[in-house]
Write a protein that binds this ligand. Sequence first.
Ligand SMILES: Cc1cc2nc3c(=O)[nH]c(=O)nc-3n(C[C@H](O)[C@H](O)[C@H](O)COP(=O)(O)O)c2cc1C
Length: 489
Amino acid sequence: MGRYLPDGNIEFLGREDFQVKVRGHRIELGEIEATLAHYPTVQETVVTALGENQGDKRLIAYVVPKLGHSLTVADLRHFLAEHLPGYMVPTSFLLLDTLPLTANGKVDRKALVAFALSPDASSLQSLAPEQNLGLWSFQRDVPASSLVAQITQLVASLLKVERIDPVVNLLELGVTSMDIFRIANLLESHLHVSVELSQLVLLPNINAIAAYCEQHLSVEETFTGILESMKKNGTEHISASSKFLLDPIERERFKKMQSGLRRIESDSPGVQLIAPELESKLLRKYLERCSYRTFLQQPISLKPFSEFLGCLRQISLEGKPKYQWGSAGGLYPVQVYVYVKPRGIEGIDSGIYYYHPVKHHLSLIAPNVQLEQEVFGLVNQQVFDQAAFALFLVGQLRAIEPMYAESSRDFCLIEAGLITQLLEMSAPAHQIALCQMGGIGFKKIEHLFALEEGWIYLHSLLGGAMDIPLQEKQLSIVVEGNDWEEITL
Ligand SMILES: Cc1cc2nc3c(=O)[nH]c(=O)nc-3n(C[C@H](O)[C@H](O)[C@H](O)COP(=O)(O)O)c2cc1C
């Protein structure tokens, strides 16, 4: 292990591991140091990785400015970002007068680490406020009682740092997916705001989190009464009085109650199961599968679209037809129809097609049709406007009733669910994004499908070109775990 000196010489620092793995990337610390040493006003620098676990590891750069020269962390960050990939830009910078040395005159790395972990402001005495823009950042003018200040304090204590600039991007600070879980927990326990993880990962900094919480806090305060009454009377009471919960806030309240979970006593006997996959892996899988309601406004190429629909293809095993999902009695009564919007998919004219799973062929059913927005209902109009195509799942009862009689509709619905899951999980690999659509006005369009007697409408989805930057933004926070290789979507 060595250290680049400003004169180009390398000081040998010992045999400590200089190659680290941070958020899935193998990183040569010396490479970062060498780059930083080229910054005109840097005297010397050491970079270390802090944190025990993959998920917690962060790069810290300790930088000594040249005597009499100013240096800002923002400039350093910018400089490194121009010369190194993002994952090599340290999350934190400590500007020091000198590097601590051991009795042998070597850089005392243990002292550096202790220094970085110290929440004591006096460690930073040598720093001018404007020099310090990252984790140990300068105080913006934030009233101590404000929500921003409260959240800053929560996140800073989580990251074991003294201060965080509320405008600095959390990902740049090295916040990991585990941290996101923890931040969500802290917001819930301290501020009583439950932030959906999928929302939280899209909020770039503390200011944005505070704005989000502010909205939800006011909701909390205003509707405490509703929650109380829901708790007191049970949800049946509400359902009985209004049939459906229509008010969006009431709906949100209801959702948060997670009534689908069976209530169990905290001391009820049972078996604590062994922890499954890392939460971060599950989060990554989730972010790939989840519903997308914005799509890139560009046609999807025929190849990825064909490959995507290929997950529905019939295969043959020992002469028997098989699919990627199960079906009662192996009957496969669910049909998939594709509506292609004008310019939705390259090389496919707008219209309604039947996907033939044996021929892997889109058979034209209704040419040149254009579905009206209203088919998908008011709430889904915007999703429809952006979509490139729609998928409709239709059950053919005649293909199942002779064997399953009155269970046939239920079995078709189960199968539609399985197909939907398969589609959602297959789409991201082809840069296609999907969103399920419930309660659409299929009646208005059923004539276009020229369906044979015995059909029942089951479900539909809207899809479009995946907004890769959006997805990468989500995925980038879960880039961790030993076996992680960067996802290319
Ligand atoms: C039967 C069903 C109907 C749905 N209908 C809609 C819909 O009409 N509009 C919509 O935006 N999402 C719809 N969704 C998607 C759900 O809102 C979504 O799955 C849920 O909020 C969980 O989010 P996630 O899929 O991103 O994990 C539907 C999902 C299911 C299973």
